[in-house]
Design a protein. Structure first.
Lengths: 115, 116
């Protein structure tokens, strides 16, 4: 199979601090990973496409200086929420596509609460 | 413009009955893929079924089948013999192969409740 993990699964932080979320493909290499945000009772909204070895591509309306994405290796992408505010509280999910496979594999998600 | 439309915010179905969840999409890309995912209350996204735009036959996976009508741009999910564990949010999603660099975009979702 293809497994994507995320760490941490839950995090609570104070307003103004930064939080890093890791997304790892455990048994395959992913040149591209995707970061989504999901507010309660809403759908997944794509935030950015993370490309290994190059800058991430952000969707319209997503602040690249606030949501820093680093794709350091073929199995790891990180999302850092800088200077977090309560409105950043959300469920963050990453996904990755295995080469030549149609399915997109999702991580279990990270629930961020900013107090 | 909304690329994926799911017109049923909530659906109810009796256990053991079949249910159809609607999905319509909008794309000018000749090559695309359509997905259905299930999201239980735990939050994980569970892949159910995939249909490629060039696939001649409708996709099936166990109790899940996809009613793909290309001309109408619809990709409805049919769940047969509903089970209590099927209660969850269901999302239709699309990947445009040529124009969107593998991005998967999601519809608003349908909340399915299975009644015993």
């Amino acid at each position: 199979g293809a497994v994507v993990s995320q760490h941490p699964s839950r995090v609570i932080c104070k307003s103004g601090t930064s939080v890093k979320i890791e997304c790892r493909s455990l048994d395959f290499q992913a040149t591209t990973m995707f970061w989504y945000r999901q507010f309660p009772k809403q759908s997944l909204m794509l935030m950015a496409t993370s490309n290994e070895g190059s800058k991430a591509t952000y969707e319209q309306g997503v602040e690249k200086d606030k949501f820093l994405i680093n794709h350091a290796s073929l199995t790891l992408s990180t999302l850092t929420v800088t200077s977090a505010h309560p409105e950043d509280s959300s469920f963050y999910i990453c996904s990755a596509r295995k080469t030549d496979v149609d399915e997109q594999y999702f991580g279990p998600g990270t629930r961020l609460t900013v107090t | 413009a909304q690329k994926i439309t799911q017109t049923q915010p909530g659906m109810f179905v009796q256990e053991k009955e079949a249910v159809t969840l609607d999905c319509t999409y909008d794309t000018s890309d000749p090559s695309y893929g359509l997905f259905w995912y299930k999201q239980p209350s735990s939050g994980e996204m569970i892949f159910l079924i995939y249909q490629g735009s060039y696939d001649q036959q409708n996709a099936t996976e166990g109790r899940y089948s996809l009613n793909f009508q290309k001309a109408r741009k619809s990709a409805n999910l049919v769940i047969s013999a509903s089970q209590l564990g099927d209660s969850a949010m269901y999302f239709c999603a699309m990947r445009e192969e040529e124009t969107s660099y593998d991005k998967v975009i999601f519809g608003p979702g349908t909340s399915l409740s299975v009644i015993p």
